[in-house]
Design a protein around this ligand. Structure first.
Ligand SMILES: Nc1ncnc2c1ncn2[C@@H]1O[C@H](COP(=O)(O)OP(=O)(O)OP(=O)(O)O)[C@@H](O)[C@H]1O
Ligand SMILES: [Mg+2]
Length: 199
């Protein structure tokens, strides 16, 4: 069982889109998938239910539940190949707890003037987690790209400073992605992300 934690304390970076699209990709590739949504707004759970994706999706309040114990229970039960964890904005505890149970951390970063502003906080969290869990593999996913090249270059340069690998597959800014919540999330850019993560 592999755990994919999707974190960025910055709001609106694309965490929920990344979670649901990649969970859909994993399921399409025959994996037994579940989504854990730590966000009290439950946007991943809602999307998966409304779109009828047939992926088990559960909201977890980490103030009440022990995420680490729950993940280790899921590992023992062996019912899933891939767990995707969506995290809320501005909740450092939820992000850090997610990093502490993840095999792969995906950090979506939106292209935009304010989108790298809080990257330092996420970077510090990932580095803290890496000290305790050196096998954690963090990746940055550039989101809302291919629209403003100069700004995208600037965003990529900021991301490079973290030292974390940046996925070659990037998600463009597109109306169908913007309106994807609640629909079948079958954008082919996420298929590229999934292939790259599993290369
Ligand atoms: N590639 C894209 N192109 C256009 N719009 C996008 C794209 N990706 C995400 N969006 C839009 O950006 C907004 C934020 O996306 P999303 O909800 O996935 O981010 P988030 O990090 O989960 O936000 P929050 O921190 O509030 O949970 C949404 O309105 C979404 O429709
Ligand atoms: Mg979200």
């Amino acid at each position: 069982m592999k755990v994919y934690g999707v974190t960025n304390v910055k709001g609106g970076a694309g965490k929920t889109h990344t979670t649901v699209h990649l969970a859909f990709q994993a399921a399409a590739h025959g994996q037994r998938v579940a989504v854990l949504d730590l966000d009290p707004t439950r946007q991943s759970v809602n999307w998966i239910e409304v779109a009828g994706l047939g992926i088990p999706a559960l909201h977890i309040d980490i103030k009440q539940a022990d995420l680490e114990a729950y993940i280790s229970q899921l590992r023992d039960e062996g019912d899933f190949d891939a767990i995707f964890i969506d995290t809320p904005a501005n909740d450092r505890d939820a992000s850090l707890e997610t990093l502490m149970v993840s095999d792969i951390a995906i950090i979506p970063v939106g292209v935009g003037s304010s989108d790298t502003g809080m990257l330092g906080t996420t970077e510090r969290q990932v580095k803290r987690a890496l000290q305790l869990r050196p096998d954690l593999r963090p990746y940055i996913l550039i989101n809302r790209g291919k629209f403003a090249p100069a700004r995208e270059r600037q965003t990529v340069e900021e991301c490079e400073k973290t030292g974390f690998p940046i996925l070659e597959a990037r998600i463009p800014l597109r109306g169908d992605y913007q309106a994807a919540a609640g629909n079948r999330p079958d954008g082919h850019h996420y298929a590229q992300v999934w292939r790259e993560l599993n290369a």
